[in-house]
Design a protein around this ligand. Sequence first.
Ligand code: MTE
Length: 317
Amino acid sequence: MKIRRKSDIQSSEITPEPIFRGRRKWIAAAAAVGAASAIPIARLFDDAPAVHAAARLGPLKTSRFSTSEPRTTYEAVTMYNNFYEFGFEKDEPARNAHTLRTRPWTITIDGEVKKQRTFDIDQLLKLAPLEERVYRLRCVEAWSMVVPWIGYPLSALIKQTEPTGNAKFVQFTTLHDPQQMPGQRVPLLDWPYVEGLRLDEAMHPLTLLTLGLYGEVLPNQNGAPVRVVVPWKYGFKSPKSIVRIRLTEKQPKTTWNQTAPTEYGFYSNVNPTLDHPWSQAKERRIGEFLKRQTLMFNGYADEVGALYAGMNLKKFF
Ligand code: MTE
């Protein structure tokens, strides 16, 4: 086996306590809405050809920020997901997210801006040149992937709104529609999913407004039609299927920080020296057998270290 078998991992080992307790409720709800049957986990790692049904995106600029490390297979990237709006198990988003309607879709940017704007998905696809960005994604569950995302810097979008001098933070909000997102029928998180960044983190060139992966529009389970990817932070700081971006003066509420504040800080920069509360020193790259050392800021320290100069990263975890 290339990853620990499910039976080797206690859910309580990797799942915050409130979620662990809510899991049973989800299982009952999923049964009630008739979620499809399981994809054998072995399917994720075999060499079967990928089913590419999605629209292709292009032309794509290459990026100096891309890693040359081997890419995780399309199958694993699209069938091993965290998207609690569609279930708890890694294979559930791929099976359940077909109920998400990704058109029409708009994102509204409001709050501390001079020009409040709403963009539909076709405008977003044309707002700036699309780039392929091959990034490492590191999850607090101590696995990682390498994903060829498609998008452009989030800063290109935020600049359109002319932030006011009071804007210090950015909050992202995922769609809230329990009809389309069966997980939202269970109050295990305080829906909708919200995440946040400091404004300088959001404006950093690595922070990607993401519209696709592997040359195609985003599959629903990966956060279609538009999400954010912040590669030096743990994966949960990369919110999926977003409809609103709000600029704020005060640090905004974020879902995981509210759910388990001692485990999930606002910053959540990848940091191998800080437990979470389980060790974050090593990670398993999906598809590899041996664990590898986790790097500070997920290997992006040269690019983002200056954002945190002089900050106590133990306190601001
Ligand atoms: N966004 C929403 N709305 N809901 C979620 O449950 N899970 C997060 C993040 N964004 C999540 C989310 C977590 S824990 C991870 S690791 C990444 O999405 C996974 O992204 P991927 O499935 O595209 O690899």
